[in-house]
Design a protein around this ligand. Sequence first.
Ligand code: UT7
Length: 348
Amino acid sequence: MLVARNGTPVRARLAGVEGYVPERVLTNAELERIVDTTDEWIVSRTGIRERHVAADDQATSDLAVEAARRLLERTGTDAADLDAVLVATTTPDHVFPPTAPLVAGRIGARSAAAVDLNAACSGFIYGLAQSTALVECGMARNVLLIGSEVLTRYVDWTDRTTCVLFGDGAGAALVSAAPPDAVDGFLGFDLGADGDLADQLTVPAGGTRAPAHTAAPEDLCIRMNGREVYKFATRIIEESARRLLERLEIGVDEIDLMVAHQANIRILEYATERLGIPEDRVFNNIDRVGNTSSASIPIALAEARDRGRLRPGDLVLMVGFGAGLTWGAAVARYEPPAAPTPDAAGPA
Ligand code: UT7
């Protein structure tokens, strides 16, 4: 699906973004003591130095609530004003209930629709497209989109080819209706999937194909054909980004910041070089966060903003890819609305 947003009466904007990672840090040195690996291998092949791991009593909704509360506070948004809460996750708290209603209930979003979506590591981009659609067709004015994952619960700690890659975290974004004179907003999306490659990255059991109670423990863990996914990722980042930019008639040189799914620094460097986007216009934080699937783009966006790398007026390119195999690209002009101050709220 390739969509260029132009001429719609209401435009959706990225009104804020926040990230949360659990306190516990798992370093490569600790992994060296668990599996047959080395810090040198992990850093040179993936760029990852450490990742965060959820506490035993933290589930996906707990991380999502943390990110959501930070976002609501920063943007001065009342949870009662949210029309929808979308949780992009591939590691929900339960098969059902969905995770989004749990999050909506805990943050007090009483009048919000609440639903999960699963597009694996492309989930945040798919979620941005759905949030934009809800706002631009008039069904919602404020959508809270959260990518949240506790992937370490699906890691086989004896499999060195996957256990060094993943981490836990959540990132939340507010997608809101922009006023008519706003210059910012989402400009377009490119979304897709190639189900022929579905078996390259899976958790084989735990669903209806192989119920958890009949499964061998290792089949409840992430299994990946790393080389095939690597090939797919390097191809699709470039293809999807180019397709979208061409459709929007935006030159690569106009992009101020690119933030892509943090899966492997080599994938990111290769793809951005092919696209011709210089290093100083790309933000990566994989070294400290690892692969957090649907949470990785919003966590990176929030950090880029905090470090002054995402600035008001910037044209931002985001690209995700992952299990499915799915992909998604989005382009947005970023101009965060000023958060209401107590003085601006009305006469004392
Ligand atoms: O978010 C979803 C998307 N996921 C991705 O995008 C991941 C895509 N794939 C990758 O990032 C890379 O393929 C990996 C990081 C998973 C693997 O890197 P690679 O350069 O493709 O390594 P490889 O699979 O070709 O393995 C090379 C060697 C093998 O040894 P032999 O057969 O050459 O003797 C592996 O057994 O490296 C070995 N190896 C390790 N050695 C030390 C694999 N994992 C490790 C490890 N420590 N952790």
